[in-house]
Design a protein around this ligand. Structure first.
Ligand code: CA
Length: 227
């Protein structure tokens, strides 16, 4: 499997290349949008890892041009947290998934594997479980067709749980992956519990089937409760 990494920062690009090669992918790095465009038009890739922040033509412009030209290669966007809202919210130009920097490398590999497995379905920017639906582009969440209003943090928390449906998610993992806090004196457990409680109220209250479950003493799990 060949991956094109489009990233202008040499250090980051090298780290991605090394890491992905260790996972047995063949990796080509393009450091500018122009180079990326040239590569895609002359070589074949199974996936494009595209950083949004590039000098010259940014990632979104590149993506739009590629899709316009009918290039259907799976694209995984890398984006900084502060650009996420406006960029991804305005994005319906054909990315298959995105990952917010900084991310755990294992998470990147998991997303790449998932994308390569499923090819390129048109609605891959949606997540869902049962009658719960999350649109990653408009950032709209509905349960049974009714809108669920979430704060940014609640949205990210629910997104993480949806991506790990059926798995026990530890509080430490949520602190790292959702709150992005690794070096903190006091644990975030209380904060996380409060957010889970709020999320549960918004998603599960008055619903016959509960989706958010506490695994006592361990963490949380998103799954459809047996009726
Ligand atoms: Ca960059």
């Amino acid at each position: 499997m060949r991956i094109l990494v489009v990233e202008d920062e040499q250090k980051v690009a090298n780290a991605l290349k090394q890491g992905l090669e260790d996972e047995r992918y063949e990796v080509v790095v393009a450091q500018t949008g122009e180079d990326a465009f040239f590569r895609v038009n002359t070589e074949k890739f199974d996936l494009i890892l595209l950083d949004l922040m590039l000098p010259g033509r940014d990632g979104l412009q590149i993506l739009t041009s590629l899709r316009k030209r009918g290039v259907e290669t799976a694209v995984l966007l890398l984006t900084a947290r502060d650009t996420l809202e406006d960029r991804v919210a305005g994005l319906n130009s054909g990315a298959d998934d995105y990952l917010v920097k900084p991310f755990a490398f294992a998470e990147l590999v998991a997303r790449i594997r998932a994308l390569l497995r499923r090819g390129r379905p048109a609605d891959s920017l949606r997540l869902g479980l049962g009658d719960l639906d999350m649109d990653l582009v408009t950032r709209k969440v509905t349960r049974g067709g009714r809108t669920v209003e979430l704060t940014t943090r609640e949205f990210e928390l629910l997104e993480y749980l949806l991506r790990h449906e059926g798995q026990v998610v530890l509080r430490d993992t949520l602190a790292r992956e959702v709150w992005k806090e690794t070096a903190r004196g006091t644990p975030l457990n209380n904060v996380i519990d409060v957010h889970i409680a709020r999320l549960r109220r918004k998603v599960d209250l008055d619903q016959p089937v509960k989706l958010i479950h506490t695994v006592r003493g361990v963490g949380f799990m998103l799954h459809e409760e047996e009726p």
